[in-house]
Write a protein that binds this ligand. Structure first.
Ligand code: HEC
Length: 152
């Protein structure tokens, strides 16, 4: 067992990451999934306050809303190369539809940017305002997932 652990560790510099999926676009897939999880963490913070599961904290709400807006404003186009859909690549839930002609990925991305900007204004202003902006953000996540992410 110990020998196996050492052998495995020895391979790490070559593999890049212990968690690396196999496939030509492993880094891109991991990076985009990481950004999605970054969204999830921050929407989780805001959602917990909205639902009353966590006390409203204007400063923490601002950090989470800024993080969402910051993430949504990144150019992540390099993380979505052609051929990194779920039919071609293990470990991704991205549907081939995302790369189809006329797919409105940009529109979905803009929907999230706009909703995140509204949340940025609302979150530090008060609990009612935060609650009011929650649906827009959730709808923006869901709209894109519905068209471009496989059900797991
Ligand atoms: C423009 C489209 C789009 C938007 C907007 C979007 N997502 Fe995603 N999301 C995807 C796609 C496509 C995947 C599948 C990525 C993959 O597996 O390579 C995904 C995957 C995820 C995952 C799974 C990550 C993993 O570890 O496999 C989570 C969590 C997630 N999204 C959360 C969110 C949240 C929260 C929001 C809103 C704040 C959001 N997403 C907005 C397209 C989007």
């Amino acid at each position: 067992m110990k020998a196996l652990v050492i052998a495995t560790l020895g391979l790490l510099p070559l593999a890049g990451s212990a968690l690396a999926e196999e496939g030509p676009f492993a880094s891109q897939v991991e990076a985009r999934q990481g950004i999605m999880r970054y969204y999830a963490v921050n929407i989780g913070t805001l959602g917990a306050m909205a639902k009353g599961e966590a006390p409203y904290d204007a400063a923490a709400a601002k950090v989470a809303a800024d993080a969402l807006a910051g993430g949504a404003s990144l150019d992540t186009s390099m993380l979505w190369p052609k051929g990194s859909d779920k039919d071609a690549h293990p470990g991704t839930a991205a549907l081939p539809a995302l790369w189809a002609d006329g797919a409105d990925v940009g529109g979905k991305a803009k929907q999230l940017r706009d909703a995140a900007a509204a949340m940025q204004a609302a979150a530090p202003a008060g609990l009612d305002q935060l609650r009011g902006a929650m649906k827009g953000v959730g709808d923006a996540c869901a709209a894109c997932h519905k068209d471009f992410r496989a059900e797991s």
